[in-house]
Design a protein around this ligand. Structure first.
Ligand SMILES: [Fe+2]
Ligand SMILES: [Fe+2]
Length: 258
């Protein structure tokens, strides 16, 4: 599958690459949805895309000082998050012409904030226990997975009745998984010195479902790329969210936040 980087190397360069590429692609997707009435916003967004593109060229070649790359990744991510937050505020006041749903702006902001957290973890070389790490990953990413299914419904044309049914069934499944993740966060209290059997069972269930979701997204991606599905999704969007599903189950297997 050309271009699908599900198996990026999980060294420090690889982790920074994942997050910077994530924001870079958000900028590219957003670019398609800004009205020509919003030239200033389009230009500011384009500058972000250019800036982040330069960083992940460096992380891809695995050259350059990690400290400097993280500084640059941190400041560009923050600036991008600020631009999205400002846009979301304008959207809430019906003061901007874009076709991006407000919940999708919020989704991208949350991923930018998570990127900032991960950069900080790398910088401070922090250790997170396997139980804390998997509870965090489940709580953060299951909400994102649920959003992805809602966004698939948004982009896939209403005429795809069978597909909408399928997406709805998966949405229900991920709603349940998210609720369970939220419940376990308070049921399993700190200090969390072990991955208890209950947490382990849940993690294994999420790993299985995230793998199935990744496969579904890649299948739909093939259809969209071949222009064989009626949709307004950007061509690379399904690969983007498949990579995030992969990121979730891989982090659960490794019991880390990154
Ligand atoms: Fe993303
Ligand atoms: Fe996402």
């Amino acid at each position: 599958m050309a271009g699908y980087t599900d198996n990026y190397e999980r060294d420090t360069y690889g982790i920074i690459d994942f997050w910077v590429r994530n924001n870079f692609e958000h900028g590219e997707f957003f670019d398609r949805e800004i009205s020509h009435h919003e030239l200033e916003l389009a230009r500011a967004n384009q500058q972000m895309v250019d800036r982040m593109g330069k960083i992940f060229k460096k992380t891809e070649s695995k050259t350059g000082d990690i400290g400097l790359i993280i500084d640059e990744a941190k400041s560009s991510t923050k600036e991008f998050a600020d631009l999205l937050m400002h846009t979301m505020d304008r959207a809430l006041h019906c003061d901007v012409i874009i076709s991006t749903p407000t919940s999708l702006l919020d989704h991208m902001i949350r991923e930018a904030e998570e990127a900032e957290r991960v950069f900080k973890l790398i910088e401070t070389n922090s250790y997170i226990t396997p139980a804390d790490a998997t509870l965090h990953e489940n709580n953060f990413w299951l909400r994102q997975m649920l959003d992805h299914l809602l966004f698939i419904s948004h982009y896939v044309d209403a005429s795809n009745y069978e597909l909408h049914d399928q997406v709805r069934a998966m949405t229900r499944k991920f709603e349940n998984l998210l609720l369970q993740a939220q419940a376990l966060k308070t049921i399993i209290r700190r200090p969390r010195n072990e991955v208890s059997p209950v947490l382990n069972t849940f993690n294994q269930m999420v790993i299985k479902e995230a793998k199935a979701l990744e496969a579904f997204k890649l299948e739909l991606s093939e259809l969209i790329k071949a222009c064989a599905a009626v949709t307004t999704a950007p061509p690379d969007l399904l690969e983007h969210i498949a990579r995030e599903a992969h990121h979730l189950w891989k982090n659960l297997e490794d019991q880390v936040v990154n």
